[in-house]
Design a protein around this ligand. Sequence first.
Ligand SMILES: [Zn+2]
Length: 232
Amino acid sequence: MGWLVIVALVLFLLTSSNVQQVAERIITKTQQQMSQVVKNFKIPSLADRYETTVPTSKSSQSQKQQSDVRGEKATPLESNVKGKTLKNVYYYRFASGTPEKVRREFLSAVKAYNATKIVKLVAGTGTQKQNQIVFSIYDTAQKGQAGVIELGVGGPVIIQQTGWDAYTVNHAKASLNVHYVQSVRLSVAMHELGHALGLDHSTDRHSVMYPVDQGRTALSQADLAALQQLYS
Ligand SMILES: [Zn+2]
């Protein structure tokens, strides 16, 4: 039970920016305990690189939306959720400072994922032992190749506790890069929320998990199959 109290204290301290130094000291002290609790901790990194090159025209987008469900390539799962048993209920919230227009896109994405009935995303904070998603924004100018823009990041953060009190939860994150207006779109929110829930990049253009934004806002049959695999 000792580590639980410490973890709660660290989390509390981390949220108060004026006591960061104290938090850092405590983190160093409890690093060993933490490593026992967090078995598989994947920080959603900028490596996601959900990108767009040039905006595609409206007409070509609507043509692409008519997906042929047959012959779709499977949507893979993020490596850190493979083989894990996760409950299908998530509590989601917005980080402070998340603009209204961004909230709107994420809420539409939440609605779309809830419509699948495979996962259930509920507004709220949730407890340490419950799945959570935090939606947020960041502001980063592109550093990669010319004409390539990073639109967002997202991913699962798996916390696995073993022993008598065993549980596995996902405290996920999904974030839009507000440096670019192209990021604040439902298709980008769908993609980053997909990562948060454990979906990895797909090579299939019908998937919302295709790594280049095509304006796709509907989950493909392969996307649904991947969610089903993970949450049932
Ligand atoms: Zn991605």
